[in-house]
Design a protein around this ligand. Structure first.
Ligand code: ATP
Ligand code: MG
Length: 876
């Protein structure tokens, strides 16, 4: 066996399958593109879904890739098993309806054991198969020649993620020998058990059934192969080191941690866990940020936040007490730069993001300690046990590891409900697993469109109408030869000027006709083999296959769409100009009435930034810049400096949209010939739509003018109401506001003096009861506070009077009562209040000289006030 570096293993894998006629797919970004169902790309197949469920047919059915993946459900394993990461690379070969089980197994075996390639000792390899998969068993046994006792049948070997393609799988294990046994229970000591001796390196999935909506399974029209091999695990075996962390994919990171902490890796097992956690998490975070994710409180961003916090927590084990993770971005980018240059390219930005987040967390750790103090008090009042729920909340929300809570609790003479905590963790994992399961789902393969291979030429870049031959009519998912008025159909022609939805640009609308036949085209999409499919409704006549029709795109709508498309390119570049190069397109919608552009950026834009961006776009419109579109080899386009959209897949020949060298993008959309055609550009909103993703909506041309007109109408209306000229509106409004404030103050003063007069009158209602002056009355007050204020005013006028006041607000009663100090030994305000409050069905109490209360029975307020007099009569 040759000793290979991690990079060499990756290259060798790609090379092996390239030599066997596979096409190499680039590693897609970790943030899924056009796939809301998935939080992260978690396997090689996740980026190839469209091929697996038949939505798109690949140029070459044999595919190989090295795909970066994030698996958050493995987070708790990281640092504790030698073989799990949150970020890892999966090497995979795929067949889309081409070779199947036998070749997949042969390739895997040849790559692993052939001395020209990896050259493992075959006697150290074991495999598992599904118990009912006799085919796989036979191939391993008879064709490969594995002994029967090295083929283990395991029920769980069936790959099924709900609706979509599924099938049995076969996993390959490497036996690392008895030295790796310690720590695992004896009954787990077999390939497929929970142990470190038999290491799962490769999983071959034989995708052969459709899992249908109704839960039934039917054979797939096209059987597929999907395999995944863990690069880090392969490296640990080939480099003959104890764990993945001792391979060259990790050691430079460990060395840097060592340098920062002054602590040696390998010195003690507990500290080594911290090394593993930190080095794992920094890879995940660096790559995720490079691919456009940012820490936040939800979804993807929350995962990053948790990872950074977990790593920082573990850094305490190494005595690190400051932000340091950002320094590890350096070794991560160096190790990976050959294959993944984007971490290095965006290094400065990644560091800044991580550093900010670390500093923020170091501040929240203090917050965690405060939460712990609350939890502690609660437990002390109870049974001195911190509940599993609280321990989990501390862990999950405040990044407090369980061990830390336990340690603190022990110091405080308490215990933690460990079983409860484990249960909470289990539920959390369950949630993650379910989220992943539902997220993985694909569409059920449909055969009808996939079978249609005759090409359809798109002529819409230069024309809006076309005479074309109708090649296929699809009605209710079946191909038919004719269709009639009233039916909804999907049509493919030999040529078409209709643009199909793609690259953010919406499809064209329009009409199709011939003598006596008329159709409206509502949408257009791309078939698996690339033809434009027209979704249309037949309003008149009949339709027949092979006949010729006039296709007519709605010109007005198309003209506005293309203005918005070119404006989108100008906006993209202006954003980079103003905010920086980290701005990347995260989504785009180009419609007739407006454009919408999503991009990565940490903070909301200031008004100045927004205006600056708008000004730049408009300046470039007024410059009348030529838009030149050219097809060229991808290499040439890159040399020109073209911006390729993140993760978008391009063929060898690409279409380059060049706006006078100012903006150069790869794009398949339709554009104006000169920026002047856009007329004018106006941003109408800027909002955040998720972790570090901002959204701009803008309008151009006629729609921008309409927008301004609406605003103008508002000003006109106001001017009319104010009876001033439009230019005077500002001044007039300021004057009105000032006047309003003065009036407001005057009213307040008037109210107060009016109240005072009322109170003066009120004191006349004072009665003498058993020699004590008593004033008991209902007043108007908005709630308890205002009632108390009225009370204070009255008291200053009648110091020796027992005063009781009540007020009603909706269905609530507020009460207050005061007793002069000289009387409190005989009469207690609190006692009076109790009686008053219960009369209005409420509660109250207070000091002997002053009490407050309230209730919910306003109809009894008179009785409550009467109660005061009765009480004094009977008490004094
Ligand atoms: P395991 O059972 O060991 O957790 P798995 O069955 O979940 O792995 P698969 O989904 O079959 O893994 O992925 C294919 C290959 O990817 C595995 O054989 C392994 O080599 C690698 N792999 C999977 N998960 C991880 C991980 N968390 N860290 C590193 N490598 C992994
Ligand atoms: Mg597996």
């Amino acid at each position: 066996m040759k000793r290979l570096t991690g990079n060499e293993i990756r290259d060798m894998f790609l090379e092996y399958f390239r030599a066997h006629n596979h096409m190499v797919e680039p590693s897609a970004p970790l943030v899924p593109i056009d796939d809301d169902s998935l939080l992260w790309i978690n396997s090689g197949v996740a980026t190839l879904k469209k091929y697996f469920d038949g939505r798109t047919i690949p140029e070459n059915p044999k595919i190989v890739n090295a795909q970066k993946a994030i698996r958050t459900n493995d987070i708790e394993n990281v640092g504790f098993t030698a073989r799990h990461h949150t970020f890892f690379e999966m090497l995979g070969n795929f067949s889309i309806g081409d070779y199947f089980k036998e070749d997949a197994i042969r390739y895997a075996w040849d790559f692993l054991t052939n001395s020209e390639w990896i050259g493992f000792d075959p006697s150290l390899l074991y495999v598992t198969v599904h118990p009912e998969d006799e085919d796989a068993y036979r191939i391993w046994r008879e064709i490969i020649g594995l002994e029967a006792d090295r083929i283990i049948r395991i029920e769980g070997n069936f790959w099924d993620i709900g609706e979509g393609p599924c099938g049995p799988n076969s996993e390959i294990f490497y036996d690392r020998g008895p030295d790796f046994e310690p720590g695992a229970p004896a009954d787990e000591m077999y390939p497929g058990g929970e142990n470190e001796r038999y290491l799962e390196i490769w999983n071959l999935v034989f995708s052969e059934f459709n899992h249908n909506k109704d839960g039934s399974y039917t054979p797939l029209p096209k059987k597929n192969i999907d395999t995944g091999m863990g690069l880090e695990r392969m490296a640990s075996i080939i480099q003959e080191v104890p764990t993945n962390f001792d391979t060259d994919l990790f050691t430079p990171i460990l060395a840097e941690i060592s340098r920062i902490s002054g602590h040696r890796y390998g010195a003690d097992a507990e500290a080594d866990v911290a090394y593993k956690v930190i080095s794992d998490h920094i890879r995940t975070v660096s790559f995720a940020v490079a691919d456009g994710a940012l820490p936040s409180n939800e979804g993807r961003g929350y995962v990053l936040r948790r990872l950074i916090r977990r790593a920082v927590r573990f850094s305490k084990e190494l005595g690190i007490n400051r932000a340091f993770m950002f320094d590890l971005v350096e070794p991560v980018s160096e190790i990976m730069e050959g294959f993944y240059p984007n971490v290095g390219e965006r290094k400065a930005f990644i560091k800044e993001v991580i550093k900010k987040e670390e500093e923020r967390f170091l501040a929240t750790l203090d917050e965690g300690i405060q939460i712990y103090e609350q939890v502690k008090k609660k437990a002390q009042q109870d049974d001195n046990v911190i509940s599993g729920e609280d321990a989990f909340r501390l862990y999950d929300t405040y990044g407090f590891p369980y061990e830390l809570t336990k340690e603190y609790a022990e110091n405080d003479g308490m215990t933690v409900d460990e079983a409860g905590f484990i249960e909470e963790m289990k539920q959390q994992r369950e949630r993650a697993r379910n989220a992943r399961k539902s997220g993985d789902s694909m569409q059920v393969q449909s055969e009808t469109l996939a079978r249609l291979t005759a090409p359809s030429t798109f002529t819409g870049y230069t024309s809006k109408s076309e005479e074309a031959v109708l090649l296929h009519i699809i009605h209710a998912d079946n191909e038919v030869d004719a269709a009639e008025a009233g039916q909804d159909v999907e049509l493919i022609f030999d040529r078409t000027p209709f643009y199909a939805t793609s690259g953010g640009q919406v499809a064209d609308k329009g009409e199709i006709q011939s003598d006596g036949t008329k159709l409206t085209v509502n949408s257009v999409y791309k078939a698996p083999n690339g033809q434009n499919v027209h979704v249309a409704h037949i309003s008149e006549g009949t339709l027949s296959k092979g006949a010729t029709y006039d296709l007519e795109v709605d010109a007005e709508s198309r003209n506005f769409i293309i203005k918005n498309h070119t404006a989108t390119h100008l906006l993209h570049q202006a954003l980079k100009d103003v905010l920086g190069d980290h701005v990347n397109q995260a989504g785009s919608l180009v419609e007739k009435e407006r454009l919408r552009f999503d991009f990565s950026h940490l903070e909301g834009l200031s008004e100045e930034e927004t205006e600056q961006i708008e000004n730049i776009v408009n300046a470039n419109i007024y410059r009348n810049m030529a838009v030149e579109i050219e097809e060229m080899p991808i290499e040439e386009a890159k040399q020109k400096g073209a911006t390729a959209l993140f993760g978008e897949k391009y063929g060898d020949v690409v279409r380059v949209v060049d706006i006078n060298q100012y903006s150069i993008e790869l794009c398949g959309g339709i554009h104006v010939r000169n920026t002047g055609e856009i007329g004018t550009f106006k941003i109408i909103s800027e909002t955040g739509i998720g972790a570090g993703i901002r959204r701009i909506e803008a309008v151009t041309s006629k729609y921008a003018v309409e927008y301004y007109k609406e605003k103008e109408a508002v000003v006109k209306e106001i001017a009319k109401d104010l009876k001033v000229k439009e230019g005077q509106v500002n001044k007039k409004v300021s004057a009105l506001l000032a006047e309003n404030q003065t009036m407001h103050n005057e009213i307040k003063e008037l109210k107060a003096s009016r109240q005072d007069e009322k109170l003066a009158e009120a004191t006349h209602e004072t009665k003498e009861i058993n020699g004590v002056p008593v004033l008991s009355m209902e007043v108007q007050a908005e709630g308890a506070k205002e009632l108390r204020e009225t009370m204070d005013r009255l008291k200053s006028r009648a110091q020796d009077t027992v005063i009781a006041l009540g007020s009603v607000n909706g269905d609530k009663v507020s009460l207050v009562v005061t007793v002069p100090k000289s009387l409190t030994d005989r009469l207690k305000a609190g006692d009076i209040m109790k009686g008053m409050a219960s009369t209005v069905e409420g509660k109250g109490g207070g000091r002997p000289d002053m009490a407050q209360g309230g209730g919910t029975a306003p109809e009894n307020i008179t009785s409550a006030l009467q109660f005061v007099e009765d009480y004094i009569k009977s008490t004094l």
